[in-house]
Write a protein that binds this ligand. Structure first.
Ligand code: SAH
Ligand code: SF4
Length: 438
């Protein structure tokens, strides 16, 4: 069921003209010590730092002008150094009886990122949940061909405050209906483990009782399989849930569906994820987007079963959201059910998920892709053709000769592991729309 697609009352129009990036950091990205130091530099007494932090984290204000607990000259001095909010403008679309709210945020340089707020009402045996899905990058370098963000290509990492401000925005919007955020998932645009420094700082702020104050167990980080990032997390042992975007258990197919598999093969990803599970005592979950005729056969299910056997992992099967540039569709419900049953028979925990907010383009990056404009028809047709050829080869079991995507970080080949096969990239990226300032 779809509600009429309407902007929320507080929504401001997105800027048409791209701007230069605002050099002032956002207040939300500052640690407590940094706020104390800044307040000292401004010649204010130390107790003001608590008031400044409260303005950012407790007040519900959307701008320095609304922070009436601070004198006007101090507000002006702070505004010169810091942005109260790093999001320049937001448009909202609502769906599913207002239980799903999709926000498209314009950043100071005109880049667009998305967050999705999902409300799950409570019941006799469960508490109400309000989950926000946030972005860590504008665009993404990994380039999964079923993903609208992958199609945009990589634009830039988000600043710490730009990540957190998606959460502060959602929190402010929840005051009126009397709700509060219970979960944050890094499953929006971008690959969080390729922006790990900022993601760690953002998560620290979100879980700090003096700042946002969410329990660490209420944070999920999803990765397409950046092995060094998973290893770094394992050393830090956070209590977050780690979700691995698996989508295929066989390398030839995963080379195509999740192109970083050409750098970090699926067995290495799963073994890094197992180590994370063992170090943290947290169950790792695996996301599996179901694509009709591509990764949904009994053979695929058996390969997943063998790969994850005795890992205590949980698999979420998600019907693919249709995106403009691929010939692929979601698997039919009966095939998804049969796939899930086969995984269960192999001893895995399985949930079949709905992809919420699909009708408002709520899958990863779809609204931003819409704003970027349709690529020219011949580009789409060529890309579809190449994907069809590549998927036919993958289904025959041939490994990809494409190089791993650029932008995955420095090569760190393990001793004894040969370099992957190489041949020039053939699937062309969409040209960025001129109105987006690139
Ligand atoms: N880059 C990270 C996190 C962001 S993507 C990752 O890939 O895990 C978050 C999830 O959305 C991933 O599991 C991804 O596979 C899924 N996704 C992307 N495009 C989708 C589509 N068209 N339909 C359904 N799920 C999709
Ligand atoms: Fe990037 Fe994740 Fe989309 Fe793949 S699914 S392109 S890793 S955002």
């Amino acid at each position: 069921m779809t509600d009429p697609v309407a902007p929320a009352p507080a929504a401001r129009a997105l800027p048409v003209v791209p701007a230069r990036r605002d050099p002032r950091p956002g207040i939300a990205g500052l640690t407590e010590a940094e706020v104390v130091a800044l307040v000292g530099e401004l010649g204010e007494p130390a107790f003001r730092s608590r008031q400044v932090a409260d303005a950012a984290w407790r007040s519900g204000a959307a701008d320095w002008d609304e922070v009436t607990t601070l004198a006007r000259p101090l507000r002006a001095a702070l505004a010169e150094r810091l942005r109260f909010d790093t999001v320049a403008a937001t448009t909202i679309r609502v769906a599913e009886g207002s239980t799903t709210e999709k926000a498209l945020h314009a950043l100071s340089d005109g880049r667009l990122v998305e967050s999705v707020l999902m409300h799950y009402p409570g019941g006799a045996d469960r508490r109400e949940r309000n989950t926000l899905c946030i972005s860590s990058q504008a665009g993404c370098a990994v380039g999964c061909p079923f993903c609208a963000t992958g199609e945009l290509g990589f634009e830039r990492d988000l600043e710490v405050a730009e990540i957190i401000d998606q959460v502060r925005h959602a929190s402010r919007r929840m005051v009126a209906p009397g709700r509060h955020l219970t979960n944050v998932v890094f499953m929006g645009m971008g690959e969080p483990l390729l922006a790990l420094d900022a993601v760690l700082d953002a998560a620290a702020a979100l879980t700090d009782p003096a700042r946002f104050g969410l329990g660490a167990r209420h944070i999920t980080i999803s990765t397409s399989g950046v092995v060094p990032g998973i290893e770094r997390l394992t050393l830090l042992r956070p209590q977050w849930t780690l979700a691995i975007s698996l989508h295929a258990a066989r390398d030839p197919l995963r080379d195509l569906l999740v192109p970083l598999n050409r750098r970090w093969p699926v067995a290495d990803v799963v073994s890094a994820a197992r180590a994370y599970g063992e170090a943290t005592g947290r169950r790792v979950s695996y996301e599996y987007v179901m694509i009709d005729g591509i990764n949904d056969t009994a053979t695929d299910a058996d390969a997943v079963g063998r790969l994850l056997r005795s890992s205590g992992a949980h698999v979420n099967c998600i019907p693919m959201n249709t995106v403009a540039h691929t010939p692929w569709q979601a698997s039919p419900p009966a095939r998804i059910a049969a796939f899930a049953d086969r995984l269960r028979a192999g001893g895995l925990g399985v949930t079949v998920r709905r992809n919420r907010g699909q009708e408002v383009g709520a899958a990863c990056g779809q609204l931003a892709a819409e704003q970027a404009g349709e690529p020219p028809a011949p580009t789409v047709a060529r890309r579809r053709e190449l994907l069809e050829a590549a998927s036919a080869a993958a289904l025959r079991g041939e490994r990809s000769f494409e190089p791993a995507p650029a932008g995955l970080g420095p090569e760190r080949r393990q001793p004894g592991r040969p370099a992957g096969p190489r041949r020039p990239a053939t699937v062309a990226r969409r040209r960025p729309a001129p109105s987006r300032g690139r």
